[in-house]
Design a protein around this ligand. Structure first.
Ligand SMILES: [Mg+2]
Length: 161
């Protein structure tokens, strides 16, 4: 049985949405997380449940371990997920998440969904030498069915290669 690829999952701008027209809100619900109001996409939980069939999900968010305090319950995920610790700003060499992503991924195929990639992320993905996919989202809409299709299709190519 082949090991699943990793999927690094950002939260803000992927699952927690903002910047949408308040009169034309996407499906979802407001939730207070550590005293801060977030709008959580209703579709996100279903999408993550689907994605976990093909991927080992890992939180890749400034929420760090606090993602597990709230999101499995709010999104309907059956268990907490591994999460990345990004260290201090002085320890980072590129995009603030990239060192932790690189260390966790090692040489495993990995995808990453986030609303804020920069050039260093794309350069890392291009140079890795193992299958790597970056999927960008827009904060007003976040994780959409088309992203799920793209990710699952990509994971499918790994099985045949
Ligand atoms: Mg984000």
């Amino acid at each position: 049985m082949q090991r699943k690829p990793i999927l690094f999952v950002d939260v803000d701008g992927v699952i927690s949405l903002w910047g949408f027209d308040p009169d034309d809100r996407p499906p979802g619900a407001f939730a207070s997380v550590d005293g801060i109001i977030h709008f959580l996409s209703a579709a996100a939980g279903e999408h993550l449940l689907e994605l976990r069939e093909d991927f080992d999900l890992v939180w890749c968010t400034g929420w760090k371990d606090r993602a597990n305090d709230h999101l499995p319950h709010l999104l309907g995920l059956p268990e907490p997920l591994p999460w990345l610790d990004f260290g201090t700003p002085a320890e980072r060499t590129a995009h603030w998440k990239l060192d932790a992503v690189r260390t966790y991924a090692q040489d495993r195929p990995a995808a990453w969904i986030d609303d804020a990639f920069d050039e260093s992320c794309h350069a890392w993905a291009a140079e890795r030498g193992v299958p790597t996919l970056l999927v960008g989202t827009e904060p007003p809409t976040g994780l959409q069915a088309r992203h799920v299709m793209e990710l699952r299709a990509w994971a499918g190519t790994l099985l045949t290669s």
